[in-house]
Design a protein around this ligand. Structure first.
Ligand SMILES: Nc1ncnc2c1ncn2[C@@H]1O[C@H](COP(=O)(O)OP(=O)(O)OP(=O)(O)O)[C@@H](O)[C@H]1O
Length: 977
């Protein structure tokens, strides 16, 4: 038979879902349960002999758990009163039934719950051990039978065996053979008694008969203390096997269950009496018996004492056969109850105290009982096979799960890797996108508010069109600006074939392209800081748009107004279809000033390089730098160029003495607001509003021309002479020559020429300066109009224009330094200065109009930033701060105090320098205020240290011949001040 532990049974029970049906009450139920030995004390009454001998009962049970030695006062000296407490104490009048019920029944019925149990009776001889255990055994077996009868769902098999240990020999009480039995050590069941008779009682009566046999077989002898003293330790063992009854014979599996047995031993141990030989007056055989008895009991006491201190250390079970046989019932796999019987007689007080001390030690012993399961070998094999199959299934499941998990983990890792890779790509693309957006935004911002970025598309050029290998970029590249606001009608395609050698040249290319675009749209002199990366390659689907733009561009090319520049400036002129690589021109020198903390960014201002632009695109008014304007003016028709660059409002009736371009006409038509210009209408034969000059019937006829875009020049050294009146009369006719010359007949041209001749004849005054200017201008033909006002009219004209300019300076928040420069440069003593005033006025008018209309689309761009009223105010504020700082450096304290006094600034006030700087150029009518403001600022910036001509050159406005081969001029645009 195989055995299973309680833990194994627990697992078994779970698997079989309680089919075994093993009772789990009490300490059963599978898991081991630790508990202390149940210790009770039973006090018997005084027997007749004791009464006869006059013994007194000094023991008293004060309650159900306490027994007290109660002696008289004299004896208390020798035996002090002591109270003993146990699980239960029974007085002398307690019945054996009550003792069983309250101290042994629970333990006895544990057997039917599959747990070993043992009930001991310990006490001195004649204390009532046999008396008590006989009753306990009968009650227990009776209850066991009763339980079996009430639980017919299980099959119970009772086996009964009985033995005694007499003089350390084990004897079978159910056998007549007195041969001592050997003790064997069984690995499953522990110590077993070899060949011990094991009877299966048929019923309760049969069992009682067996008990009678045992009683009859037990060694009994007469001692002085007990006439029928038990001289051996008797062990009655009832083994109970149980199995679930309903599985029997149903199927093969049930057979297995049927062979599974739950067994337990119920030991009823009636120990031999412990007594002293002197007391028992033993001798001979009884003395020898007593020695063995006492040795066994001594070992039992030792084992109990050891167990009471825990299971640590060696427990001498094997020192006696009693303890060896009862090993499983003492502190291990059993529930144990010990009933200590005590004689109340005073004469046995010492034995009684020893019994109670033993009981006290036994009370400390902890047992650990669990359900015992035994299987047949066949059942055990079947069970093991099933368990093996289950474990194999679990293993396969674990492997499958592990494999699945492994595959899943691999997939997850792959996914994670893929996700990380995609995230990385997304991040890179996001960065590229942000970078591109940033550059695009910068580019659009650079384009400024002229062109709302929302209205623009940068059509990409295909890679086949633009190839840049890091060293050179060649082939034709197409960059198309598509302005939706113009409904694509004003798309400008700039097509260029260039081969630039390096990145810088690529940037220059793009600057040129941008400059073309910018000048064509707004003629702003400031180039856009375009970057090559700002241009994206055009997609093929945009080809149609580009092609359309190119077609438009070719049409527009027919109307290109080619402005010929001097040789130095022509180095970068871009001709349509010209594939000849051109290096970018050198940047012009920039004037170094001594304004330390002023925000001057002239060094970064790119040079306008485009020399060919579309006159038809000059439709919204054109603003150009003075520098560019005057460079152009040196080699071309000054009037026409100025009119193209600075269109004059027509409705103002202003006659500037300069011609008007076709673009100017459009500007005029679109300008409904009155102009600050005030010119006598009778002096100018203007083109009517809303009419193109070509349609104006009063245009001159017969204007001689020598080329498609150049005006005839009458030869070297020949001065163009003219009168102001004639020029005023003929200016419009003259200005329309270029635009409409293709439509003009030879007669008309001749008429125009006649007009020039008539004007030349009427020249009254020709100053040498005028001659120099005209000669220097190199107009290229016989000028047929008056370029400058007559000296007689000039002072009046100058006064008007000066006041208008001063007013507009304030309106437009123009730089104070620029005002100062201009004020000191142009004082009205030179009629040729009219062109400068004309340029300044037109620029200011345009700027003022842009500011007033809030038209950011047309606002000029300065250093990549759109010039707005707010930005100009901020710049002006910075300039005043700069000037205030320079005051302490330029002026002495006395000079400053004098200036403060003159300007009404209290000397004890705070921020006096800033007060003064804030007051400069604030008036517009008071010429004294203007003059003093200009004087102070001129001193602050060292203006007077430069000669007048130097100032003009500094301003880039000199028309005088270049001395010594024409050195480079310095540009000093007002925007950069
Ligand atoms: N509780 C009791 N009530 C009445 N009589 C008792 C009680 N206990 C014991 N006796 C009587 O005391 C006598 C001795 O009892 P018993 O033989 O059971 O003692 P014992 O402890 O077994 O002695 P031994 O160790 O010598 O066998 C018996 O005659 C018995 O009837």
């Amino acid at each position: 038979m195989g055995t299973m532990s309680g833990n194994e049974l627990s697992s078994w029970e779970k698997k079989q879902d309680g089919e075994i049906g093993i009772p789990t009450g009490g300490s059963g139920g599978g898991g081991a349960k630790e508990e202390r030995i149940l210790v009770s004390v039973r006090l018997r009454p005084l027997n007749e002999k004791e009464i006869r001998n006059g013994d007194l009962s000094d023991w008293d049970c004060t309650n159900d758990t306490t027994i007290v030695f109660r002696n008289n006062l004299q004896e208390r000296f020798l035996f002090p009163p002591i109270a003993y407490t146990f699980d239960r104490v029974f007085s002398c009048d307690s019945s054996t039934r009550s003792v069983y019920e309250e101290s042994a029944k629970e333990i006895a019925l544990s057997a039917v719950n599959g747990i070993n149990s043992s009930i001991f009776a310990y006490g001195q001889t004649s204390s009532g051990k046999t008396y008590t255990m006989s009753g306990i055994t009968e009650y227990s077996i009776a209850d066991i039978y009763d339980y079996i009868q009430k639980h017919d769902e299980r099959s119970f098999v009772l086996k009964f065996s009985a033995m005694e240990i007499y003089n350390e020999a084990v004897r079978d009480l159910l056998s007549l053979d007195p041969t001592p039995l050997r003790l064997l050590d069984d690995p499953e069941r522990g110590t077993i008694v070899e060949k011990l008779t094991e009877e299966t009682p048929r019923d309760w009566n049969h069992l009682k008969q067996l008990l009678s046999v045992c009683e009859a077989q037990r060694q009994i002898g007469e001692t002085s203390l007990n006439e029928s003293s038990s001289r051996s330790h008797q062990i009655l063992r009832l083994t109970i096997e149980s199995s679930p009854r309903h599985f029997l014979g149903k199927n093969s599996s049930s057979t297995i269950y049927a062979t599974v047995l739950n067994f337990f031993d119920q030991n009823f141990v009636d120990l031999a009496g412990s007594e002293r030989a002197s007391q028992a007056m033993s001798a001979g055989t009884r003395l020898k018996e007593g020695c063995h008895i006492n040795r066994s009991l001594l070992t039992l006491g030792t084992v109990i004492r050891k167990l009471s201190k825990g299971r640590n250390g060696h427990v001498p079970y094997r020192d006696s056969k009693l303890t060896r046989i009862l090993q499983n019932s003492l502190g291990t796999n059993a529930r144990t109850a010990i009933i200590c019987t005590v004689s109340p007689a005073r004469s046995y007080i010492e034995q009684s105290r020893n019994t109670l001390l033993f009981a006290s030690c036994a009370k400390q012993v902890v047992t650990s009982a669990h359900v015992n399961v035994v299987m047949s070998d066949k059942a055990l094999v079947k069970h093991l096979q099933r368990e093996l199959t289950r474990l194999e299934d679990e293993l396969r499941l674990a492997d499958s799960t592990s494999s699945t998990v492994s595959v899943t983990e691999t997939l997850l890792k792959a996914k994670d890797f893929q996700i990380k890779k995609m995230e990385k790509e997304i991040n890179e693309l996001t960065q590229q996108r942000d970078l591109a957006q940033s550059r695009l935004q910068n580019s659009l911002q650079s384009v400024g508010d002229h062109y709302d970025s929302r209205h623009w598309e940068i059509h990409e050029s295909s890679m086949s069109n633009m190839i840049y290998d890091g060293n050179s970029m060649s082939e034709t590249s197409s960059i198309c600006y598509h302005d939706r606001s113009f409904n694509a009608a004003k798309s400008l395609s700039i097509m260029t074939s260039l081969d630039y050698a390096n990145d810088n040249n690529v940037s220059d290319l793009l600057r040129n392209l941008e400059a073309k675009h910018h000048r064509s749209s707004q003629a702003s002199h400031c180039l856009l800081p375009m970057n090559t990366t700002d241009f994206v390659v055009r997609d093929e689907k945009e080809d149609a748009i580009v092609e359309k733009s190119l077609e438009e561009f070719e049409d527009l090319c027919k109307e290109v107004h080619c402005i010929e520049m001097d040789e130095s400036s022509m180095s970068v002129s871009m001709n349509i279809g010209d594939a000849t690589p051109r290096p970018p021109p050198p940047s012009p020198p920039i004037l170094e000033d001594d304004i330390d903390d002023y925000d001057v960014q002239r060094k970064n201002v790119p040079q306008v390089q485009s020399v060919r632009y579309l006159s038809n695109h000059l439709t919204e008014g054109t603003v150009c730098t003075l520098e560019e304007q005057l460079q152009n003016a040196k080699k071309m028709d000054v009037k026409r160029n100025l009119n193209e660059l600075f269109p004059l409002p027509l409705d103002s009736g202003r006659s500037s003495g300069l011609g008007r371009s076709r673009s100017c006409e459009r500007y005029i038509v679109q300008s409904p607001s009155p102009s600050p210009w005030s010119v006598d209408d009778q002096e100018c034969d203007n083109t009517p509003p809303g009419k193109l000059l070509s349609d104006f019937p009063g245009r001159p006829k017969g204007l001689l021309r020598r080329g498609p875009h150049t005006i005839d020049y009458d030869g070297e050294g020949e001065h163009a002479t003219f009168s102001g009146e004639a020029s005023q009369t003929c200016e419009s006719r003259f200005s329309t020559k270029r635009v409409d010359e293709s439509d003009m007949s030879e007669e008309e041209i001749s008429s125009s020429h006649d007009c020039v001749e008539e004007r030349n004849a009427g020249v009254d005054v020709q100053t040498n300066k005028e001659k120099d200017v005209v000669r220097d201008v190199h107009v290229g033909l016989n000028l047929g109009e008056s370029l400058f006002p007559s000296p007689a009219r000039w002072p009046v004209e100058f006064g008007k224009q000066q006041r208008e300019i001063i007013l507009l300076w304030k309106e437009c928040n123009v730089s104070l330094i620029h005002r100062t420069y201009f004020f000191h440069l142009f004082k009205g003593d030179d009629p040729t200065d009219s062109i400068y005033l004309e340029v300044e006025l037109r620029r200011l008018v345009f700027l003022n109009r842009t500011f007033n209309n809030g038209d950011a689309f047309k606002a000029p761009v300065e250093d990549g930033c759109t010039v707005t009223p707010a930005s100009s105010i901020r710049a002006l504020r910075r300039e005043r701060v700069m000037l205030s700082r320079k005051m302490s450096k330029i002026f002495s304290s006395e000079e400053r105090e004098a200036i403060y006094h003159q300007w009404g600034i209290a000397l004890d006030s705070k921020k006096r320098r800033m007060q003064l700087a804030s007051s400069l150029w604030t008036g517009t009518e008071d010429m004294v205020h203007i003059r003093e403001s200009a004087t102070i600022i001129a001193k602050l910036i060292g203006l007077f240290q430069q000669g007048g001509q130097a100032l003009k050159e500094m301003f880039g406005l000199s028309f005088t011949p270049q001395r010594g081969g024409g050195g480079r001029r310095r540009s000093f645009g007002w925007r950069h001040l």
